[in-house]
Design a protein around this ligand. Structure first.
Ligand code: ZN
Length: 184
């Protein structure tokens, strides 16, 4: 079932989401929610969707950077962003670690809940995440490049943080003007 994506200004996007228990994760309502969030992300389209974005204040997000998206993006942009396909997966109750010596990169970034705007957001180039998957099994993720950016963005959502909070605000642009003036 396709879900409605809430937009900035809705208080649910500013709340710290609560953690899920193992029993909840394995329950039918959460399993159904995961498949609806997958469908909603696919339709949007987006590379990640956090539960607060569909009005549920729980620590759960879905991520997928599909190969068919990447085919529409110039190769040099993909290389610059260190962006490659990421298979569909679910992160629950994530703990993110950013090394103190981590390097940061600045790229335009958008959010399905801050439509239709993008802007430059600095993000760490590498992160580690400890979380549970949709089977309530512990998972360790080491991510670099664009995938590390997606994880930082989605985990921020679970803490009530939006990309605009980190944005170089003078770069705020509509998607249309980003493509017209800044993509190159
Ligand atoms: Zn977002």
């Amino acid at each position: 079932m396709k879900l409605n994506i809430v937009q900035t200004g809705d208080p649910v996007l500013r709340k710290r989401a609560r953690e899920l228990s193992r029993e909840e994760i394995l329950s039918a309502p959460i399993q159904d929610l995961i498949s609806s969030m997958k469908e909603t992300m696919y339709e949007a389209p987006g590379v990640g969707l956090a539960a607060p974005q569909i009005g549920e204040s729980i620590q759960l997000a879905v991520i997928e950077d599909r190969e068919e998206f990447l085919r529409t993006i110039p190769k040099e942009l993909l290389k610059e962003r260190n962006r490659s396909p990421v298979a569909f997966h679910v992160i629950i109750n994530p703990k993110i670690t950013i090394d103190k010596s981590a390097n940061y990169a600045e790229f335009y970034e958008g959010c399905l809940s801050v439509a239709p705007f993008v802007g430059v957001v600095p993000r760490a180039l590498a992160v580690k995440v400890e979380c549970l998957n949709e089977h309530a099994e512990p998972v360790s993720i080491s991510a670099e490049g664009w995938y590390a950016r997606i994880l930082q963005h989605e985990i921020d959502h679970l803490h009530g943080v939006l990309c605009v909070d980190h944005m170089k605000i003078k770069t705020l642009s509509t998607v249309e003007n980003y493509i017209k003036f800044w993509q190159k």
